[in-house]
Design a protein around this ligand. Structure first.
Ligand code: URA
Length: 188
């Protein structure tokens, strides 16, 4: 396992897959490195690639609103990262090979943070982190404990921008995340 500085430096200089060729910036992650709650998205989009921070485009604004509902804030009490750290061209899904090349960085981040809760944003992250055959439509908001970490997935904010009918279910999922945070904090 690398320490934060080594990890960030290594990741920032990575040429482990083809995505390095088109990137402006490696989008490493943002937030409190001691947070109890970690959010995992899929990969940077255009704005993120330019700015070097996850979820700063339209979906990011919605994510910030969603976090606020459950008293979280990207700077103070959660950490946000992606499965792949470089932008896939035209915002396509990251290929399996790209995810394979990048996942060790995320695993190292998880080991350093040791979150109590991981929230996957969308099916790509859920399939990578929770279960290969995860079905977001059927399983969002459900909890599983894996390696001592409570995990769930919610719809990706981009999906919520495209389809507002998914928002009420997501609101319920957010409340369930807030409950889980309270529950786990009460245990110690
Ligand atoms: N979508 C993601 O999955 N991650 C980002 O950082 C931005 C948009």
């Amino acid at each position: 396992m690398m320490d934060w500085n080594t990890l960030e430096q290594t990741c920032t200089a990575c040429t482990g897959c083809g995505l390095c060729e088109g990137r402006h910036t490696v989008v490493f992650g943002v937030g409190n490195r001691e947070a109890d709650v970690m959010f995992i998205g899929e990969g940077p989009g255009e704005q993120e690639d330019l700015k070097g921070e996850p979820f700063v485009g339209a979906a990011g604004k919605l994510l910030d609103d969603m976090l606020r509902i459950i008293d979280l804030d990207r700077k103070h009490n959660c950490y946000i990262a992606n499965i792949v750290k470089c932008r896939p061209p035209h915002n396509r899904d990251p290929l399996e090979t790209e995810q394979d090349a990048c996942i060790a960085y995320l695993r190292n981040q998880i080991q350093l943070i040791r979150p109590k809760i991981i929230v996957c944003l969308g099916r790509i992250a859920a399939m990578r982190i929770i279960r290969e055959d995860y079905r977001i439509t059927r399983e969002h908001g459900q909890w599983v404990e894996k390696d001592g970490i409570w995990m769930t997935a919610i719809y990706h904010p981009s999906a919520l921008l495209r389809d507002v009918t998914k928002r009420p279910e997501t609101f319920d999922d957010l409340l369930s995340i807030r409950e889980k945070i309270k529950e786990l904090n009460a245990q110690i």
